[in-house]
Write a protein that binds this ligand. Structure first.
Ligand SMILES: [Zn+2]
Length: 275
């Protein structure tokens, strides 16, 4: 039986407050997130995440923020408690990101792999808006808080959403901002159709699987001749779609005018038939 983690007066002091090393340590796995590894470390030592942070004397309010930046003192405290090198601890945080990658990386978990999560894993790539399938086991990632509802989501939507996710990853890592701007426009359009408000980034991190998948699928749909696709939706002259279109293009007058032009031309060419 291993004693639960508790500070004792015999604690070894480094920089004044280094706590006693834990009886058990666990080896970090590839792509594992610091917070996830700390949870496994806590479980191996018969305590929970919060108790472990308290033992290490790290403010629990910074628990998940540690995944993004950790100072040298905290890394050292965790390292000596877990009996690993400070470099190992630092390697479990997100590496430096471009502003675009940072925008598309969730601060808190929003999706997980049901298979790997069962083994207590929490992986870095799950936080990316473009992550769709688990890189470890290939299972489709599911929303952390949402209903699973995998059965109601059509295969076609999943297929298109997966392709949209690939395009989003490409856009996030591309040099120029154009691809991402186009993807975000598609998301704004999809959000309006779904009647959701807020920023496109929140929709991509949505806890509602149908919202996230619909937005990702829209990114894929917007790849081939996006203006014409948008115009086709608007030529149905559904007010809902029209408002959505206006919202998606509101900041780009030139594109909006082009969409309108295409829609009118289509309406004229369809005119005799519909009449
Ligand atoms: Zn997995």
């Amino acid at each position: 039986m291993v004693a639960p983690c508790k500070r004792t007066s015999a604690a070894r002091e480094v920089r004044g407050v280094t706590p006693r090393p834990l009886p058990k340590t666990v080896a970090p796995l590839p792509d594992e997130l610091l917070s996830g590894w700390l949870s496994r470390l806590a479980a191996a030592n018969y305590c929970d995440h919060a108790e472990l942070l308290a033992h290490i004397e790290i403010d629990t309010t910074h628990g998940t923020a540690l995944d993004f930046s950790i100072d040298a003192a905290a890394a050292e405290k965790i390292a000596s408690t877990a009996r690993v090198g400070p470099d190992v601890v630092r390697s479990l945080t997100f590496p430096a990101m471009t502003p675009r990658e940072a925008l598309l990386t969730a601060q808190i978990p929003f999706q997980h792999c049901p298979q790997c999560a069962r083994e207590g894993l929490s992986l870095r790539h799950w936080r990316r808006a473009w992550a769709f399938d688990c890189q470890v086991c290939g299972t489709r990632l599911l929303q952390t808080l949402g209903k699973t509802g995998g059965e109601q989501i059509s295969r076609k939507l999943k297929y298109r959403a997966r392709r949209g996710a690939e395009i989003l990853e490409h856009a996030a890592r591309s040099r120029g901002p154009r691809q991402l701007r186009r993807a975000m426009r598609a998301v704004t359009f999809a959000m309006s159709l779904k009647g959701c408000h807020g920023k496109p980034l929140f929709a991509l991190h949505s806890h509602k699987p149908e919202v996230r998948l619909f937005c990702l699928a829209a990114i894929d749909a917007a790849q081939s001749r996006p203006l014409i696709k948008a115009a086709i939706s608007s030529s149905g002259i559904d007010d809902y779609a029209k408002v959505a279109l206006l919202r998606a293009f509101e900041k780009e007058q030139r594109l909006l005018a082009a969409v309108d032009h295409i829609a009118q031309r289509r309406a004229r060419s369809k005119g005799p038939m519909t009449a």
